[in-house]
Design a protein around this ligand. Structure first.
Ligand code: NAP
Length: 253
């Protein structure tokens, strides 16, 4: 079977675990060369080794997306190693605060917006000139259902994810001129470390399941095919869209 991303080069941030790792693996399986990254060298090494053993064409580099020098190095190393960039998947996000919105401290608010929104934009800005050199490409931002529906005790995180819908829409016209499409993945509840408060505690787990028509939480792999689709020519006329992967949780019409 033809592999739809053959010859393409992809950067996936926060790709040593969870949804990012599943996306990196899937893009690799679909033929892309993938640059793995996250904050910790040991996690990068482990993810790269795992995917190389599966005969995928991957390399890794440390990148805390909030650090300018790390982002620059991520872009430079990708171009050095793979010869260019066609696809950016901006997946990294943090949530240092869980509680009533009115009680959040300024430094926690700043961290959420620095990593989830500002670093996402800056990485797009740094990657775009390289995608332009390839003639066309695709950017996928990982947002959340929380960007549509404010979740209890996760207010500021949700607002940062709403901002990504606006960021994608704002970039669309300018980048369309360079044949770069920008789309968004909005996951529901996916079983990862990030969401473990919702599935490790039996009470929270039962309550969460009541909100999900498919009656279960998703595995990270269930987000990966959607991102591969958005990265590929199969979605060549789709830009400025958000695809919800939520098992039917109510988010928007
Ligand atoms: P996860 O399983 O906790 O994975 C976190 C990954 O991010 C790890 O590879 C971690 O590695 C890396 N990381 C953390 N901070 C980073 C930073 N500042 N810079 C670079 N890498 C960083 O998380 P996940 O659930 O897959 O979440 C991925 C994305 O999906 C996030 O944008 C999240 O908001 C979104 N999302 C998740 C869910 C869900 O239910 N899980 C739902 C909706 C949206 P290191 O520790 O080595 O940095």
């Amino acid at each position: 079977m033809a592999r739809k991303l053959l010859g393409k080069v992809a950067i996936v941030t926060a790709s040593t675990d969870g949804i990012g790792f599943a996306i990196a693996r899937r893009l690799g399986q679909d033929g892309a060369k993938v640059m793995i990254s996250s904050r910790k060298q040991e996690n990068v090494d482990h993810a790269v080794q795992t995917l190389k053993k599966e005969h995928l064409d991957v390399e890794g580099v440390v990148c805390h997306v909030g650090k300018t020098s790390d982002r620059t190095n991520l872009v430079e190393k990708t171009v050095e190693r793979f010869g260019g960039i066609d696809i950016l998947v901006s997946n990294a996000a943090v949530n240092p605060y869980f509680g009533p919105m009115m009680k959040i401290k300024e430094d926690a608010w700043d961290k959420i917006f620095d990593i989830n929104v500002k670093a996402t934009f800056l990485l797009c800005q740094e990657t775009v000139p390289h995608i332009i050199k390839r003639g066309s490409g695709s950017i996928v931002l990982v947002s959340s259902i929380a960007g549509y529906v404010p979740l209890s005790l996760l207010g500021p995180y949700g607002v940062s994810k709403t901002a990504l819908f606006g960021l994608a829409k704002a970039m669309v016209p300018e980048l369309a001129q360079s044949k770069i499409r920008v789309n968004v993945l909005a996951p529901g509840i996916i079983k990862t470390k990030f969401s473990e408060a919702l599935w490790k505690n039996e009470g929270a787990y039962k309550m969460a399941l009541q909100q999900i028509p498919l009656g279960r939480m998703a595995e990270p792999e269930e987000c990966a095919g959607t991102v591969s689709f958005l990265a590929s020519d199969d979605s060549s006329y789709i830009t400025g869209e958000t695809i919800l992967v939520t098992g039917g949780m109510t988010a928007r019409l």
